[in-house]
Design a protein around this ligand. Structure first.
Ligand code: ZN
Length: 264
């Protein structure tokens, strides 16, 4: 690919990524409440007035309005800006990192990141893992299996199997041994679908990173909240972040690690 197209598409993927982030905000807000995600314009959660099209420009509008609704002046959460910004960065990074290796991997990686961002925040806000996002991630995985050669089909299938066995086993194990759900069924479904997108090496890497980080953060939180008795925390923010890091770096880092032993 010529460097001209590479650069032009990098800028475009940043812009489209921010728009996808704007849609991600809609998904995060509406899916758990059962509101249609395609019908009806966006509205201010406070005064319910429809948001004008010129106030709906990703990132820019939030900055220009200084994070307040134009009508009721109520604060609009920084989260809206943050999700749009993350989405723009992830889409652009996916293009820059992978477009020269596999355009399919780059493009479906963008969609994968968008779906993962959505599930991270629906789980964080409402402890809700939408099945349709899992199906969407699984479809991304199937398309990648059929069309991408950056990661082999076998690696993807083994990635899915690994995640299913590891998280499904943890789910059953905690239910039988601890008599409570250590993780939700949504977590198992999410990781199984993600495993198909990531392949075996990145699945392993994402699992390792997210479980270690979750163990540290959750034990600190449990210590802080010891008196309030809060025992259940959303797990997908950890798993999803691990998957996004795994998508970008998993394959390379695991190969680097293995080469230390094999001497490749
Ligand atoms: Zn308002």
């Amino acid at each position: 690919m010529s460097s001209y197209y590479y650069t032009v598409f990098a800028v475009l993927s940043f812009i489209f990524g921010s728009c996808a982030g704007s849609f991600t905000n809609v998904l995060i807000y509406r899916i758990p409440k059962g509101i249609s995600v395609v019908k009806g314009r966006s509205f201010c959660p406070c005064c319910k007035r429809k948001i004008r099209f010129y106030d709906n420009i990703p990132m820019l509008s939030w900055l220009l309005l200084r994070g307040r609704c134009r009508d009721c002046k109520e604060k609009i959460s920084f989260r809206y800006f943050f999700v749009e910004f993350c989405s723009a960065i992830l889409w652009c990074a996916s293009w820059l990192c992978f477009a020269n290796t596999s355009v399919v991997y780059a493009v479906f990686g963008m969609l994968f990141c968008t779906a993962v961002l959505t599930v991270i925040f629906t789980d964080f806000d409402d402890c809700f893992v939408p099945d349709r996002m899992i199906v969407f991630i699984a479809i991304c995985g199937v398309v990648l299996c059929l069309s991408d050669r950056f990661i082999s089909v076998y690696s993807r299938l083994f990635g899915m199997l690994f995640c299913f066995l590891f998280f499904g086993g943890s789910y059953l194990g905690s239910k039988i041994l601890l008599k409570r759900e250590g993780l939700g069924l949504g977590d198992v479904k999410f990781m199984t679908a993600a495993g198909l997108c990531l392949g075996l090496k990145s699945s392993f890497f994402s699992t390792l990173v997210s479980c270690v980080v979750a163990a540290v953060v959750l034990s600190i939180l449990s210590a802080i909240n010891k008196n309030t008795g809060k025992r259940e925390y959303p797990f997908i923010p950890f798993l999803g972040s691990g998957c996004i890091i795994g998508y970008f770096y998993g394959e390379r880092l695991v190969e680097l690690y293995l080469s230390l032993f094999i001497g490749g």
